[in-house]
Unconditional design. Structure first.
Length: 345
């Protein structure tokens, strides 16, 4: 090792080590987390086990606000599908508020799929979009997302438009079955349209949110080589899994989940999931929420994004953090457009 490289590593080492008790997951961005030697000694598996252990009591506490049938479905499958979520008049009002006007949008291209997002601030929506604002602050929505994420924090909500087969050459990495990270984390989709079997529905491997001995052994094997993996997302800690490995882990085949409009899905994306490849050009629009916090916190509160004045302005807070270079977003602004406009990037 050259002297310069050694000195830089010595200076950065405390930062890499300090990231171990956080949600940091990149095997390529953090040489300590990605170290084959440390992972042979059990670092990655120990982080997984401790995160799962701490999620248990947090989730039990949050379960006070969640119905038993939801808890049972989550424990069995790792995701919960709730059709006819809103009363029909409320749903129609919400859908009109979302679809009838242009929005300040961001876009990201992953292969042939473009994802368009409108980051949402409840504070700004309340005067003009009351049905949407009420949905985002609804106890029924928040408590379910928090339960699955096993944290009491504030989800980040956006309107999401998936434009599948929108040109571009590379495959969509979201279509590869994967786990987002090494611990429980929640994503939610509230669908404004039907999503048929050929329109790129969500897919999930039922039961793959469980930290089983087989899963731990598979994770340990991945952790030894992940930092050199050619699949960028895999090296970054979102492990991709071949279908044959699912069978070896004793898991079923991925289940594709077509839905009707007015369905809410909340899923623990530690479990293996993805998007069913769409054979045709499709466009679907949904309200999307995500919630991920430090998996090693023993508590469910003390979330900076839950502070008064911040929790109703999470969209603009994320844009500000991006501008300051504190938390970079992969999204680029594309101006004020209708949600059904063609891709801008
Ligand atoms: Fe994912």
């Amino acid at each position: 090792m050259r002297l310069g490289t050694f000195l830089i590593s010595a200076l950065k080492a405390p930062v890499w080590i300090a990231a171990i008790p956080t949600g940091a997951k990149s095997f390529v961005g953090n040489p300590v987390i990605g170290s084959p030697r440390l992972n042979r000694w059990g670092l990655h598996v120990a982080r997984m086990r401790l995160a799962a252990f701490l999620a248990g009591p947090r989730r039990r506490w949050l379960g006070r606000r969640v119905a038993e049938d939801f808890r049972t479905a989550y424990a069995r499958d790792g995701f919960v599908v709730m059709p006819d979520f809103l009363p029909a008049p409320d749903f129609e009002r919400l859908r009109a508020e979302v679809l009838d006007e242009p929005w300040d949008a961001h876009e990201m291209r992953q292969g042939s799929t473009v994802t368009r997002r409108v980051l949402l601030d409840v504070a700004r929506l309340r005067p003009t979009k009351p049905a949407l604002a009420a949905f985002l602050r609804s106890r029924d929505v928040l408590s379910r997302i928090r339960y699955v994420a096993s944290t009491g924090g504030e989800p980040a909500f956006s309107i999401q438009c998936i434009l599948a087969n929108a040109g571009g050459a590379v495959d969509d990495p979201q279509c590869t079955v994967h786990s987002d990270t090494f611990h429980s984390t929640a994503k939610a989709w509230f669908f404004l349209h039907d999503v048929g079997p050929d329109e790129g529905p969500f897919l999930y491997v039922p039961g793959s949110h469980v930290v089983s001995p087989q899963r731990l052994a598979w994770e340990r094997a991945q952790s030894l080589s992940a930092r050199g993996d050619a699949k960028r997302d895999h090296a970054e800690g979102s492990f991709r899994i071949p279908i044959e490995d699912l069978h070896r882990l004793g898991l079923p085949a991925p289940k594709s989940i077509p839905v009707r409009a007015n369905t809410l899905i909340v899923a623990d994306t530690f479990g293996f999931h993805g998007r069913t490849p769409s054979p045709a050009t499709t466009r679907r629009i949904e309200i999307y929420g995500s919630l991920r916090r430090n998996p090693f916190a023993p508590w469910t509160g003390l979330d900076p994004l839950s502070l008064p004045g911040v929790k109703t302005r999470i969209g603009s807070t994320l844009v500000l953090l991006d501008k300051l270079g504190i938390a970079r977003m992969p999204w680029r602004p594309v101006g004020r457009i209708r949600l059904d406009a063609p891709p801008q990037i």
